[in-house]
Design a protein around this ligand. Structure first.
Ligand SMILES: C[S@@+](CC[C@H](N)C(=O)[O-])C[C@H]1O[C@@H](n2cnc3c(N)ncnc32)[C@H](O)[C@@H]1O
Length: 263
């Protein structure tokens, strides 16, 4: 059944499937995220906000890094997977609506893309960074996706499904290319420290291609509703994502570190 709205696209996904998908995502991306955060700032004793904490692995790790002298707040519009976090304050709500004192570090990974009106979302993040503090963002750009090698019928379906991904986000007022647009979207209150864009080229059967299949399985109906892909494309996408003879550029991740100016 269509939800037709602009809420989190995985909101209606069964808890067990969404937890499996988020934990797959964490296993792939946590090492790079931890390196990005640890190299941006000495974390001990800091006050840190993890926005869209999902299944909680980065919030948990941040709690260990800041130690007893620091504080970590994990914020999510749905805290269904955050009940086991100890030493971390968990708050349910949207970053665009909460009132919190500013933080030394605000981090979000794959969250802005899920928000209609991404400009308002990014403004809310910047407001929560203390003067001199850091904003660290990691967001996807799905416009890069394309099949690179494999049987033509599977490659064509892979491309059609990724057109459906872009169309689904766009129709909901979300920006499927936000990962490439972070540097220009943030405005003068932030001084850019680093900006990177990493393409994810993967072989069928890899951890990332399996995670992308979990997303496609969960969102198949939303993709076919766009008219860009049909059920046979979804079946071919599954075959593509499992087959070692298929290679795809699944998407790219844009990451940014910015310092909030003092005034
Ligand atoms: C794709 S998941 C990413 C989870 C986690 N950041 C990670 O990378 O492992 C996006 C998460 O952001 C949350 N979310 C989306 N919009 C939000 C908002 N405006 N404020 C707080 N959380 C939000 C969703 O509920 C979901 O848990």
């Amino acid at each position: 059944m269509s939800d037709g709205g602009a809420g989190y696209i995985f909101e209606a996904t069964a808890n067990s499937s969404e937890l499996e998908r988020l934990q797959a995502l964490e296993a792939i991306f946590d090492p790079a995220t931890r390196e990005l955060l640890a190299s941006a700032l000495e974390l001990g004793g800091r006050r840190v906000l993890e926005v869209g904490a999902g299944a909680g692995s980065i919030a948990r790790w941040l709690g260990e890094q800041v130690g007893a002298a620091g504080q970590v707040v994990a914020l999510d519009t749905n805290v269904r997977f955050l009940s086991e976090l100890s030493g971390v304050e968990v708050i349910e709500g949207s970053v665009t609506a909460v009132e919190l004192p500013p933080f030394d570090l605000v981090h979000a990974r794959y969250v802005a893309v899920h928000n209609a009106d991404p400009g308002a979302f990014l403004e809310a993040l910047v407001r929560l960074v203390a003067p001199g503090g850091l904003l660290v963002l990691e967001e996807p750009d799905f416009r890069w996706s394309r099949a690179l090698a494999g049987p033509p019928r599977l490659c064509e379906s892979f491309d059609r499904v990724h057109r459906a991904v872009v169309e689904m986000f766009t129709r909901r007022g979300m920006d499927p290319g936000i990962g490439s647009g972070l540097g220009s979207a943030l405005g003068p209150s932030l001084e850019l420290q680093t900006l990177q864009l990493s393409p994810h080229v993967e072989r069928g059967g890899s951890a990332l291609s399996q995670m992308m299949w979990l997303s496609t399985r969960a969102l198949a109906e939303k993709y076919t509703e766009t008219g860009c892909a049909d059920e046979s494309d979804i079946a071919h996408y599954e075959a593509f994502s499992h087959s070692p003879e298929c290679w795809g550029l699944y998407y790219a991740t844009g990451s940014l570190v910015g310092r909030r100016r003092a005034s």
